[in-house]
Structure formats: C-alpha cells, structure tokens
Design a protein around this ligand. Structure first.
Ligand SMILES: *[C@@H]1O[C@H](CO)[C@@H](O)[C@H](O)[C@H]1NC(C)=O
Ligand SMILES: *[C@@H]1O[C@H](CO)[C@@H](O)[C@H](O)[C@H]1NC(C)=O
Length: 337
C-alpha cells in the first residue's frame, strides 16, 4: 500500500475482513526516515509467503471516478504505457520495473514485464457518491464491470483494476493515513477475486503528503528558500503537482500489488495484517543517497523540473525506488552505483 513518507501499516486484514491493507505515515517523522533502508539490509526481513505474484501478462483497467481533467489523464496514461515500453531511453520506466520483475512465485515465474492498458471506465456520475469507504471501492469496480453500455470486462484471469478518484472525492483514510492502497476484491461484491489498487488525486486534499516531493508537508515548517526568492521545492516533471505526485503513488501500488496481490506473497514483517511490502521499504527514496527527507540524486531538466526516469513520448517521471531482492537494498535505474 502506499503510505507516503514513513508509514506504519494499519491494516487489519483479519480483524476486519473489510479493511484493505494500507500504511499510515507517522507524519512528524517525514523528514526523519530512520526506517529508510537504503544501504542497510540488516533489518529487512523480506520473505516470500508462497502466494502468487502477477506473473501472467497483466490487463490493466482504469476506473476514473469523478471529474477528471484530460491533461491529468494523459500524464497518468503515458506513465502506464511506459511500464512495458522499450522505446524510452535509459533510465526508463521499464528499467525501473525490472527491479520489480526480480520477484518470482514458487514455480520460479517472474512478475510479468507486460502491463497492457486494456480498458477504461468513466464513472463521471460518482456512482457511489463523494465519499467512499474502503469497501465502496469494490462496489465502484462492480459498477464498472456491470454498467451498460460501456462496461469494462471482469477479467478474473489476468485483470488488474486501478481506481483513481478525482480531487473532490473523499476516501476513507485518504490524506489521514494513506495516499493509495491495494487489495483484492471479494466475490460476493464483485463476482470474482481480482487484484485492484486505489489512488486518490494528489494535488488538492493533501499535496504535502501525497504529492511529495512536489509539495511541502505543512507540519514540516517552511521549505528552504533558494537564492532567487522562491523555494527549493522540486518542480513536477509534467508540470502538474497532483498528477505527477500520483504517478509515484501509482508506481508504488503497481509494484506492491504485483509482488503481493493476495497479500500472501512478498512482504516483510511478522504480521500479515501489517506487512511492509517492496515499495514500503523505500518510501521517500528516488535516487542514490536518498532517505531521511532527502529524495536522493535525481535529474533536473532544463526548466529545473525533477525526474528520475524517462517514459514514452519524451515524458519524464519521478518514481520512488523499490526493494531490490538481489542487491538487498532500495534500487532504481538512476542509481549512481
Ligand atoms: C486541467 O489541469 C490543468 C493543470 O493543472 C489546468 O491548467 C487546467 O485548467 C485544468 N482544466 C480543467 C478543465 O480543469
Ligand atoms: C527472475 O527472477 C530471478 C530471481 O530473482 C532473477 O534472477 C531473474 O533475472 C529474473 N528474470 C527477469 C526476466 O527479470
């Protein structure tokens, strides 16, 4: 689940069958990421718990819930297309996904390199209102797969559903504990067990939390000034704090849902209701030396926007690193070493 900088898993998978996994941040520790694991693997007990990973090519379906701005949709779509594209130059989004692909299931099958955007559904009428509980997200999926005439398929074989809520939609725990989460649907609600993730629009309700590092957390005081009177907050690579911030949360959730789709595969920690998953371990780390409130070494384009990977159509994105199983540390394709 995406918790943003610094989290504790809150989930109560088993104490409450209705609560998807999610992490919460200890907000006051945002800039003191003592549990940032870059460089030290000694305390990380990431283990495989014998469940499946997403090894078959993934058919990804987006559900746009609420009112979505076209320019935001394009940024997110281009990011998703970039995951499986070989056309972007190194370091690319697809290079970043290679670290995710190191994870296998018990048959030795790796996580797939193919994520195809296979359908989109516009829930522009807010089918379940302006406030969604965690469980409501499953009803939103149910609506999208049964709605006529433009339903997306219920693909229980290799479907993955990404529910994105617009700036005006409140979601249980959004901005208080989480920026996104992943889980799997209940057959009683949706008709099948399929993995899904939800991510909220990062730009409006709590950008300092969910669009970090393009916005500054309120509780951390003023951002450091720079010499020409502005501040040193990183500028978003596609010019949109909300959508660019969401991209990293989506990347985080994609990595985790792929390596732990039924919450019984790859995670660290003794408590399956509060797992630390492969992206949780690297929260707030985007480049070499990252951690403790420093994003790490990333690039700046000629307008001064920060990024660490290239995507299709010349786009650039900033995505957080994930735990590398072979190197036993957080890693991304823009690493200096
Ligand atoms: C869409 O978002 C862009 C960037 O945030 C903004 O400039 C534009 O006004 C928005 N358009 C609509 C229709 O909301
Ligand atoms: C599959 O996973 C194994 C074990 O981590 C790794 O050695 C191999 O390089 C991976 N293959 C791909 C295509 O990523």
């Amino acid at each position: 689940m995406q918790k943003v900088p610094c989290y504790v898993l809150l989930v109560s998978l088993f104490s409450s069958a209705l609560a998807p996994l999610s992490l919460s941040w200890r907000q006051n520790k945002e800039f003191n990421q003592a549990e940032n694991y870059e460089g030290s693997s000694d305390f990380v007990d990431l283990e495989y718990h014998m469940g499946p990973v997403l090894a078959a090519p993934i058919n990804l379906y987006i559900i746009w819930y609420g009112h979505w701005n076209l320019s935001h949709q394009v940024i997110i779509r281009d990011f998703l297309y970039s995951v499986s594209s070989s056309s972007a130059s190194h370091p690319s989004v697809a290079d970043w996904w290679k670290t995710v692909r190191l994870y296998t299931d018990q048959t030795g099958a790796n996580i797939t390199g193919s994520i195809w955007l296979s359908g989109e559904f516009y829930d522009s009428r807010y089918s379940h209102g302006g406030y969604l509980s965690r469980l409501d997200i499953q009803s939103v999926i149910k609506n999208a797969v049964t709605s006529s005439p433009r339903a997306i398929p219920l693909n229980a074989h290799n479907g993955l559903y990404l529910v994105l809520t617009s700036s005006d939609v409140q979601v249980q725990d959004f901005c208080r504990a989480v920026c996104g989460f992943h889980y799997f649907t209940f057959p009683t609600i949706v008709g099948a067990t399929v993995p899904y993730a939800w991510v909220g629009y990062s730009g409006t309700q709590c950008p300092g939390m969910c669009a970090y590092p393009f916005a500054w957390p309120k509780y951390s005081g003023k951002p450091p000034p720079n010499t020409n009177g502005g501040n040193n907050i990183m500028k978003a690579p596609n010019g949109d704090v909300g959508a660019d911030g969401m991209v990293s949360v989506i990347a985080h959730e994609l990595a985790e849902v792929s390596s732990n789709p039924l919450v019984n595969a790859w995670y660290a920690g003794d408590d399956p209701t509060a797992p630390q998953e492969i992206a949780d371990l690297c929260l707030g780390v985007y480049g070499s030396g990252g951690g403790g409130g420093y994003v790490g070494k990333v690039y700046k384009d000629s307008w001064g926007n920060g990024y660490n990977v290239n995507g299709i159509k010349g786009r650039r994105f900033l995505v957080q690193w994930v735990w590398d199983l072979e190197k036993r540390r957080c890693f991304g394709p823009n690493a200096m070493d």
